[in-house]
Design a protein around this ligand. Structure first.
Ligand SMILES: [Zn+2]
Length: 241
């Protein structure tokens, strides 16, 4: 509603320099999903916003809603800056891919608390002093699967996505949106048992306990997620690692 103030927590997904001293922010917020905002004068040396308007910052924000498409940042305080995430190359990469996936997959102004909490949890994991496990391909794919689930695009993993058969699930079809049985495998690619098991365990278990798997199984799982999102959400994600 124009002329009102919105108070919400949000994660900075992307921060773009704009004009002389401003910043344009792509935010993922608790109260209103995706938000675009402008922070005027944010790049002036003594800006009251400090260095907080950078990717991955979790902020408490006050935003003024005018007539334009962008809201205006009027107040900001830090909930978490994830400082250790910023000092690790692999963690930075993983965080950037996660924010990019949220940016592409969750583009509506609808709140989605599971998606918001998932992103916060992943960034907190990447803020670990030893981010190797958090930044692993296993965890990156578990994040993607859970994000797809939160967005309403989880692949069907329990039975054949074409005929409902629960046995002989040997392929995956992005068009069908899940695993397929031997009789429905036209247009699918071969999915190993290990890749199938990885997806089932990763989507059902906590993000902190992504199951270990071989590279080949992980690449099949990544392809399965990517093709599902391409067909059903019309979104193309960057490679997971
Ligand atoms: Zn079938």
């Amino acid at each position: 509603m124009p002329g009102t103030t919105l108070k919400t927590e949000a994660i900075v997904l992307r921060s773009i320099r704009y004009g002389e001293a401003d910043r344009i922010l792509h935010l993922y917020s608790v109260r209103r999903g995706r938000i675009g905002a402008i922070a005027k004068g944010a790049r002036r040396p003594r800006s009251r916003f400090g260095g907080r308007l950078e990717p991955f910052f979790r902020l408490d924000l006050l935003l003024h809603e005018g007539r334009g498409e962008l809201l205006t940042v009027t107040g900001v305080s830090t909930v978490d800056g994830y400082p250790r995430l910023r000092s690790s190359g692999p963690a930075l990469n993983a965080g950037a891919r996660a924010c990019d996936a949220v940016l592409r997959l969750l583009d509506s102004a609808e709140p989605n608390p599971p998606a918001y909490n998932l992103l916060c949890r992943y960034l907190a994991m990447l803020d670990d002093p030893d981010p190797a496990r958090a930044a692993s391909l296993e965890t990156a794919l578990a994040f993607r699967l859970k994000l797809a689930l939160a967005a309403g695009f989880a692949p069907e993993l329990a039975s054949c996505a074409r005929c409902g058969e629960a046995e002989h699930l040997s392929g995956f079809s992005g068009a069908a949106g899940g695993v397929v049985c031997a009789s429905c495998e036209a247009g699918s690619f071969a999915l190993s048992e290990a890749a199938h098991r990885f997806m089932v365990e990763a989507i059902g278990g906590p993000l902190t306990e992504a199951p270990p798997a071989e590279e080949l199984a992980l690449r099949q799982a990544e392809r399965a997620i990517s093709e599902t999102l391409e067909h059903h959400a019309h979104v193309q994600l960057r490679p997971a690692a």
